[in-house]
Design a protein around this ligand. Sequence first.
Ligand code: FES
Length: 105
Amino acid sequence: MSYVRACALSALQEDVPKKVELNGVPVAVVRTDEGVFAINDTCSHANVSLSEGEVEDCMIECWLHGSSFDLRTGKPSGLPATRPVAVYPVKIEGDDVLVSVNQEN
Ligand code: FES
């Protein structure tokens, strides 16, 4: 599994998503009190950037229609989204946040 650097850990504020593009994949990186998570930035319901939504209790909310996705699993908690969003493995090395976007989810 190959990891690429997404951003500096110190650049992430808790529960404030940061949008990055890794190997052409848009990813929202989120630091929470449970750790750092990486989720595909595009809502599974329509073409909306999840990083523009709010994070609470390890869930990121799509601002357009209100589905929330679990940052740990990518699963939506409720309608209108029914399909999960891909989540990616994260590693922390020093101040670097590394994400592997190559694996299939
Ligand atoms: S576009 Fe995200 S819930 Fe509709």
